[in-house]
Design a protein. Structure first.
Length: 267
């Protein structure tokens, strides 16, 4: 089979007919995983509902709820619970939602047009661009105004995160100029399959010439049973922490399309 390297996704791609066969085969596997995940989610929701009832009966603080994007209150609405505006009643309105998790300073939660939720730096939202993809939704890029930093999100074609990154680092796959692998590991924080590649490159196709790039490429299975990639790009000259922080924040707030996700856990 003739295969070509997709530089935008940094992944392999093949002819549409053969790709569609692969996608159809993997869709069956995804549906099986989704059915299993669905059963787990139902049990989890039942457990949360019972916990909420039990805690409320004991007049204790409620459990953490699901994340919702905060909206600016309408005039005359302060967002306070019902009761005495001077000092309150000392009880919490059981119908009011739990407080949202706090985003890191300078970040914004975005419900992307492709259906997923993610957190990006505030001034990147207006610099959103997409690239057509043969698998799943379009490849989405959020960039800083000067083009020196980027966050990329897309669906992964391969059967597992590890297989996807192992193929990228293999000798048969073209690499960016000056490619230098720093690490390749399998994080286990989420309990779901994941793989993370960290590397340097002298230049990247279609990107600004900023000197050496630092890239953190994280591919993972999400709660809907599908595989995604979130990749953070930035200049190597100021260290590695910025790219890692952008990635970790995006991962914590990522929620796939048509899915209800638990509220992110923040410190």
């Amino acid at each position: 089979m003739v295969r070509v390297f997709d530089a935008d996704r940094q992944d392999w791609a093949g002819p549409e007919e053969e790709q569609q066969i692969v996608v159809d085969q993997r869709r069956d596997g995804v549906r099986q995983r989704q059915a299993l995940r669905g059963a787990v989610v139902v049990l989890a929701v039942c457990g949360v509902a019972f916990g909420t009832w039990a805690l409320g009966w004991k007049d204790e603080p409620g459990p953490r709820g699901y994340f919702t994007v905060r909206e600016t209150p309408a005039p005359g609405q302060s967002g306070e619970t019902n009761g005495d505006p001077g000092g309150g009643t000392g009880t919490e309105d059981p119908a009011s939602p739990s407080p949202s998790a706090t985003l890191p300073l300078g970040f914004e939660s975005v419900q992307d047009e492709e259906g997923f939720r993610v957190a990006v730096q505030e001034d990147w939202v207006e610099n959103r661009q997409t690239v057509d993809s043969i698998h799943g939704f379009d490849v989405v890029n959020y960039r800083s105004a000067d083009g020196s930093r980027r966050l990329q999100i897309y669906e992964v074609l391969e059967a597992s995160p590890e297989e996807s990154l192992q193929e990228f680092v293999s000798a048969d796959t073209p690499k960016p100029d000056g490619f230098e692998q720093l690490s390749l590991e399998n994080p286990e924080d989420s309990g779901l399959p994941a793989a993370r590649l960290e590397y340097l490159a002298d230049s990247l196709k279609g990107e600004e010439e900023i000197g050496t790039w630092h890239v953190v490429d994280h591919r993972f299975e999400s709660v809907d049973g599908k595989l995604y990639a979130i990749t953070s790009y930035g200049p190597e000259s100021d260290g590695f922490d910025d790219e890692r922080n952008v990635l970790e924040t995006a991962l914590a707030w990522f929620c796939p399309p048509a899915t209800v996700c638990p509220e992110p856990v923040t410190e």
